[in-house]
Design a binder for this molecule. Sequence first.
Ligand SMILES: Nc1ncnc2c1ncn2[C@@H]1O[C@H](COP(=O)(O)OP(=O)(O)OP(=O)(O)O)[C@@H](O)[C@H]1O
Length: 198
Amino acid sequence: MNKIFCIIGKSSSGKDSVMNELIKDEELSGIKSVITCTTRPKRKNETQGKEYYFLTEEEYQKLKNENKIIEERNYNTVQGLWRYFLADTNQFDFEKNSYIIVETLEGFMALKKAFGVDKIYGIYIFVEDDIRLLRAIEREKKQENPDYKELCRRFLADCEDFSKEKLKEAKINVKIENISLQDTVNAVKSDILKIMSK
Ligand SMILES: Nc1ncnc2c1ncn2[C@@H]1O[C@H](COP(=O)(O)OP(=O)(O)OP(=O)(O)O)[C@@H](O)[C@H]1O
């Protein structure tokens, strides 16, 4: 059954790393990536249209005025307001394709509301906080202008965004621990193939 598969997880849990491996996998070539938009600055190793469409605040305002935003979340960061949003529903054709997207918990809930519970499948990627923080610091070190203040803000915000209560309420379909990246990718892949073949 075709669905939108949502990869969900805290900051630096490994969502993008998992996603990058899945989209390269030929067995999953029938699944289209849903690329969301953001107004946050592009990181050094990111590519326009790959991880996100990096748009300006003006471009966001235009889409908003045209009622093309399905769901959005906004963060007041130390570098200013960063928006993350999904625009335009026309891209989904469940007769033909399944889709995959990296989502927040709120985004996952919004998609269930917009498309119905049966169409949305949540995959929660997690790793213990100590490992996650170390991975976040290592990733940040490689940036041209490392922003450890923002890293800390996001780390703390995750505690609230992914509280036990919210995770329970969201009813995510499956939870997978990201110790070895390859094992995680394999687990996610086999779960997706199982669901699609039903
Ligand atoms: N299994 C793993 N073992 C070691 N390092 C990993 C593993 N998975 C991911 N990483 C590394 O951890 C860092 C965070 O991973 P990634 O950027 O994929 O996380 P994310 O969940 O997409 O984060 P964010 O939401 O903050 O963008 C990256 O530097 C990545 O290379």
